[in-house]
Design a protein around this ligand. Structure first.
Ligand code: UDP
Ligand code: MG
Length: 320
């Protein structure tokens, strides 16, 4: 019997050999329990290990499996995008391969989708296996985005989501190179709903995120959604100009009253260094934006596909 709706599951995969067997077992168990048809779209993001051959095994065993093999490692955001482009389901779930996002949450997400929500995001009630510093920096980042970004990204939320067809279509129209997906998911709007869950520590393998990556991720998020740093640079400039003007006035008055004392080497050096620092920093901020404009104007395709193995269930009639 063919179900009325189809669910696509998109999984970005980068060197996940250790977790994939367990992940695949759990996701298929969940999907088997659904009344919907489904397809499992693995996006191999240029893995350096044998992840791809393992995925090929899944492909042979299960007609629902599809593999998008990217030409190199493009990063998770692009890998997700590639998967979303290939997904044909009425609803699409985006989930990590490392089992930090429990697949068992999918039925609950589907329930909300059937109530008419378009974006159902998993909100973690608790973070385990992560350092206090990572928790704090994540918290501050979300706060910052809510304050200066023009979009309110829900806090404690990863990329684990269920998207309705029209939400996916909306995302697919966005062709920007700098894809801060968490922001884009929110930016498209529509009716959004949270589903709470407890985030588990990584099942096996290592997170590819170090602090440098997180820092760059944060810059990406801020510069993609907010001009606040540019404004900050202008205000900083205004403030220092005001300070310089007042100090200049003070110098003039003092010189008139007491004559030119030829002093002030320390204050001069401090002012020169301070102004130099402010200027360099402001140029740096400008540079961040110019660099992004540069990348966008090249209008390059977001990724290249080495090979796309469509789910066999798509071509044949529905399985069984
Ligand atoms: N991933 C990817 N490309 C990359 C890095 C990661 O496709 O360049 C995938 C990875 O295989 C996993 C998901 O993105 O399925 C989340 O990665 P990770 O667990 O390293 O990130 P974290 O959970 O620490 O945010
Ligand atoms: Mg992870």
């Amino acid at each position: 019997m063919q179900a009325e709706y189809m669910l696509s599951v998109v999984i970005p995969v980068y060197n996940e050999l250790e977790v994939l067997p367990e992940f695949h077992a759990r996701i298929t168990r969940v999907l088997d329990g659904l009344v919907l048809d489904s397809e499992i779209i693995y996006v191999n993001d240029g893995s350096g290990d044998d992840s791809l051959s393992l995925l090929s095994e899944f492909y042979e065993q299960d007609t629902r499996v599809a593999i998008v093999d990217l030409s190199r490692n493009f990063g998770k955001e692009i890998a997700m995008t590639a998967g979303l482009h290939k997904a044909e389901g009425d609803a699409v779930v985006v989930i990590d391969a490392d089992l930090q996002d429990p697949p068992e949450l999918i039925p609950q997400m589907i329930e909300e989708w059937q109530k008419g929500y378009d974006v159902i995001y998993a909100k973690r009630a608790r973070r385990e296996g992560e350092s206090a510093f990572k928790k704090l920096s994540a918290h501050l980042f979300y706060r910052l985005m809510r304050t200066i970004g023009q979009i309110k990204i829900p806090e404690d939320t990863g990329d684990y989501r269920l998207l309705s067809r029209r939400a996916v279509d909306a995302l697919n129209t966005l062709g920007e190179q700098h894809r801060f997906m968490k922001g884009l998911f929110t930016w498209i709007g529509y009716r959004q709903k949270a589903v709470m869950y407890e985030r588990d520590p990584r099942h096996a393998g290592e997170s590819k995120w170090n602090y440098w990556h997180l820092w760059n991720f944060a810059i990406e998020g801020i510069t993609s959604y907010s001009n606040a740093p540019l404004k900050l640079a202008s205000y900083l400039g205004l403030l220092t100009a005001l300070g310089a003007f007042s100090y200049g006035l003070f110098i003039v008055v003092r010189t008139l009253l007491y004559g030119d004392l030829v002093q002030g080497y320390p204050s001069m050096i401090v002012i020169i260094l301070f102004l130099g620092g402010v200027q360099l920093m402001s140029i740096g901020v400008l540079g961040e934006y110019v660099g992004r404009i540069f990348n966008e104007t090249k209008r390059r395709p977001l990724y290249f596909i080495n090979n796309f193995s469509e789910p066999r269930s798509r071509r044949g009639q529905a399985a069984e």
